[in-house]
Design a protein around this ligand. Structure first.
Ligand SMILES: [Zn+2]
Ligand SMILES: [Zn+2]
Length: 371
């Protein structure tokens, strides 16, 4: 095993034990088994899953150690790890488990692995682990992120990889009319990537602050679906053509119906977000598929090549995600961070291990950037 130094004997992690309940736990820093890598966490973002679990909307994950959007520093490398990393490298972790043996994994669609769910022992905390000082990961889950990126940017590798996966399946072509429905972080990540291809980009979003942010990040036009007729506006802005590709970054059945209605001939509508409740249905005129060759599709998570691409874009700051980082909190204030994440004018809120704040200050270095 390769290791920088003997890790401190104990670590802290935050366990979400129930609605609005967080327990801080002390435990021994683990040692990597063969094929595992020990990562010292530097930042972890609060995503929808963790937010819904903390709020008590989803109750199936307790007790959860969240933090699947994370970055850190390689602390120790177990034997037989083949991925090209060294102790001290900045990395991001692809939390999704892959068995490598099921039909999906063997067909190159390992994001849909049949065995992706972690085996859980009742009452035993589980989860991706970014809300803690250290995480043990399998070698295949570890991706190097260049040092140009701050730990906060590096922690956005996972969400960007999911967006790149969606846009790999449903690409923007030169001259397309693109519509992004929802200007939360996922919609804005689609916007930042779509902007790299010459196209006309429309963002539909009910919150004024988010429409403004979309404008700042390069949207050509915005729609307020609460006061404007979505379909009529898309038709008008596209001079009658309709949308060539529509990214649904919010899961609202009526909005999906409207997007299909406003799609161009041969247009694609991709459902990127989950729709709640899970029993939701949509109603469509099936003739649009025959007469207009419209494709209604979707995407989930990412493949390793998407994660690699996201790490490359962020690690060299080929795209700048700093405008999407709204606030950071020490891990001990995770509950406050969850409250902040609810703000409509906030995009990503992150937590950072407290020990790091202390040690950075003790060494007289500048504290990690905070806004
Ligand atoms: Zn996420
Ligand atoms: Zn599998």
């Amino acid at each position: 095993m390769t290791s920088a130094k003997a890790p401190s004997a104990t670590m802290t992690r935050a366990v979400i034990t129930g609605p609005k309940q967080i327990r801080m736990e002390q435990l021994t820093v683990p040692t990597p088994e063969p094929n595992q890598v020990l990562v010292r966490v530097r930042a972890a973002a609060l995503c929808t899953w963790e937010q819904r679990t903390f709020a008590g909307i989803d109750t199936f994950s307790y007790p959860l150690v969240g933090g699947h959007e994370n970055s850190g520093i390689v602390e120790a490398i177990g034997k037989d790890v083949e991925v090209k990393i060294a102790v001290g490298d900045q990395v991001a972790l692809a939390g999704l488990k892959r068995c490598g043996q099921c039909y999906s994994c063997r067909s190159g669609i390992d994001n849909l692995c049949d065995n992706a769910r972690s085996k859980r022992v009742p009452e035993v905390p589980w989860g991706p682990g970014g809300f803690g000082d250290y995480v043990l990961a399998e070698g295949y889950q570890v991706f190097k992120v260049g040092p140009v990126a701050t730990p906060l940017e590096a922690a956005l590798t996972e969400p960007l990889s999911c967006v790149l996966h969606d846009m790999k399946r449903h690409p923007v072509r030169n001259g397309d009319v693109v519509v992004i429905v929802g200007a939360g972080i996922m919609g804005l990540l689609h916007l930042v990537v779509a902007r790299q291809t010459p196209s006309f980009i429309i963002v539909s979003e009910p919150e004024a602050a988010r429409r403004e942010k979309a404008r700042e990040l390069g949207a050509d036009a915005v729609i307020d679906p609460t006061t404007e007729d979505y379909g009529a506006r898309v038709t008008e802005l596209s001079v009658g053509r309709g949308a060539n590709v529509t990214y649904m970054s919010i899961g609202i059945p009526k909005a999906i119906e409207a997007a299909v209605g406003a799609a161009a001939k041969h247009g694609v509508v991709t459902v990127y977000a989950s729709v709640h409740p899970k029993t939701s249905t949509i109603t469509l005129d099936p003739n649009v598929f025959h007469y207009k060759e419209i494709i209604l599709s979707g995407s989930l998570a990412q493949n390793p090549d998407d994660f690699k691409a996201a790490a490359e874009l962020i690690g060299n700051r080929k795209i700048d995600l700093r405008p999407l980082i709204s606030a950071t909190y020490p891990l001990s204030r995770l509950a406050d961070a969850f409250e902040a994440a609810l703000r409509k004018d906030f995009y990503r809120v992150l937590v950072q291990p407290d020990a790091e704040f202390r040690s950075e200050q003790q060494r007289g270095k500048t504290a990690p950037e905070r806004t």
